[in-house]
Design a protein around this ligand. Sequence first.
Ligand SMILES: [Zn+2]
Length: 311
Amino acid sequence: MTISSRNPRPQTLAVHATLTGTGLHGNQPCTVRLVPADRTMGLVFRHLPSGTEIPVKAKHAGDLALATTLVKDGIRLQTVEHLLSALVGLEIEHLLIEVDAEELPILDGSAGPWISAILQAGVQTLAGRRRFIKITQPVEVRMKDKWIRVSPSNALSLRIRYSIDFNHPAIGHQSRELSLTPDKYRRDIGNARTFCLEEEIDAMRSRGLALGGSLENALVFGPDGPLNDVLRFEDEAVRHKMLDLIGDLALLGAPLAGLVEAHAAGHALHVALAKAILDQPQAWTWEEVPETDASRKLRQPRFSPAFAGTA
Ligand SMILES: [Zn+2]
């Protein structure tokens, strides 16, 4: 019998959670309210000033240059990926996300503050079963020397193998591999901060980007190393790439079971992979955690006590 480590039940939050901050690119204030779902509805943003609702689906993905943007009916919601990463990482797949501006707060540049807010609110199980997109045939997207592919994995696991090569002495080659579980996500991925090179900042600012960026919310690599005091991980850059990928996979609209391998990728390739998977239904099947696994998992707490206590 194959044992899956994936949680079989759909989850939302137990109570609402609110976070406020400013956007990385536009530097405008934004308040986000995470509202528990009363049924399995997926992840849905609601832009309060217009009332526009944007489901988290690949078909709504817009501009992907430096962040993941959702677009619908003329409303753009920018930099959604770190919140989405925390939700996917902690297996919260049904939630209404109310926002009062068009760019989500960057907070400390990682998913850490979102993780804390989610754990503080607590998790609520919904009726029904989680349905996974289980990959049965490889799907690959390439852009020159950058590529990403997904292939079948054991049972319903999501395994991620990511590598980056920066022609910069402070980053260089980094690679990491992980089988995703909520505990591993929180410990190994969620606190890795977004990063850029010091030499890129002037060019970004002249394009009206990164106006809210600072050493408080981004890791900045100068010629001799990070300008920030300390790295949270020696390979924080590749860990943040994995964080972004996990968030972008929310665009599938369902949890993924497969091995994702990526090299030098970014939001554009992550989203291209999600679209390619959805465009190739012959490459995957819908699957649920077998009932025997489901009853076993239900007897276990969602998060280990140590995990919940450090929120
Ligand atoms: Zn990011």
